[in-house]
Design a protein around this ligand. Structure first.
Ligand SMILES: [Fe+2]
Ligand SMILES: [Fe+2]
Length: 270
């Protein structure tokens, strides 16, 4: 539940609604700075952990053409991390030190585990980036599911009240579109291949709750504050509905089954 806002905060929300924007050079209101930092650290760490998780697949991709595409995707994610970390550095954070002091290539050991909504380490990555990408099917499903989920979330940032983030996101969104197109193409091909379909479905069953958890727990904090600050346009639930509809349509067309997702099954003890 959102807390009661002060008069000063309400005034800020109104100014933002009327088009007020911010730069990295100005003194940001505390509530704004705190929320912005949460989102930037979450994105920066996710992009960086994502790049490192994908990296082994440059060598393990099934053919030369895919090696090139995976290399491109790794480079994109690394660039996204750099773009976001650069903004954080301008805001006075030390991202270099942060990267040196966290194990961004660390992954949970059990390939079939479900960590629910928990954070496995003290970095800020979205928790799906704690799972290992064990098979080529995982890599493709990650593009199909997670790049799509992230793409939808980042679309909101195209309208962000924080100018440096808005500027950085324009090219990031275009590159993410290529990643999810890669996911769509490869997942479709595997789904339509009788020899590959069964294992693909098995891996989809594993990844589906993990990606759904990315949108958060409905009983947790609402992201109402992010919307009021002009840092998001839609609630996580709204973005999730659009995402699920798209995935459902594709799975129906390709003969894949989306497993039932129950939020209460995701409350795993850490
Ligand atoms: Fe990215
Ligand atoms: Fe991506």
């Amino acid at each position: 539940m959102a807390r009661e806002y002060t008069q000063e905060e309400k005034k800020l929300f109104e100014e933002i609604e009327n088009g007020r924007t911010f730069t990295a050079e100005e003194n940001l209101p505390e509530i704004y700075r705190k929320s912005l930092m949460n989102l930037l650290w979450m994105q920066g760490d996710s992009e960086y952990a994502g790049a490192l998780g994908y990296m082994p697949w440059i060598a393990k991709a099934p053919n030369a053409h895919e090696r090139v595409l995976v290399s491109q995707i790794v480079k994109d994610e690394m660039r996204h991390a750099h773009a976001i970390y650069r903004i954080l550095d301008k805001l006075g954070e030390d991202t270099h030190d942060h990267c040196l002091n966290h194990e961004f290539d660390w992954r949970v050991e059990d390939d079939k585990s479900n960590i629910g909504f928990t954070r496995a380490k003290d970095d800020f990555r979205v928790n799906i980036f704690y799972y290992p990408i064990t098979y080529w099917e995982d890599f493709c499903l990650f593009n199909f599911l997670m790049d799509r989920a992230a793409g939808h979330q980042l679309e909101d940032t195209l309208h962000s009240s924080f100018n440096p983030w808005k500027e950085a996101i324009t090219s990031i969104v275009k590159e993410e579109a290529m990643h999810l197109a890669h996911g769509d193409k490869t997942v479709k091909e595997m789904a339509l291949d009788p020899e590959k379909k069964e294992f693909l479905q098995e891996r989809l069953n594993l990844w589906w709750p993990r990606v759904m958890n990315v949108f958060g727990n409905s009983k947790g904090l609402s992201n109402d504050i992010y919307i009021r600050l002009g840092l998001k346009k839609r609630t996580n639930a709204q973005v999730r509905d659009v995402f699920v509809k798209e995935i459902q349509e594709k799975c129906d067309a390709w003969g894949l089954t989306l497993p039932e997702y129950k939020e209460e099954d995701q409350q795993v003890a850490s």
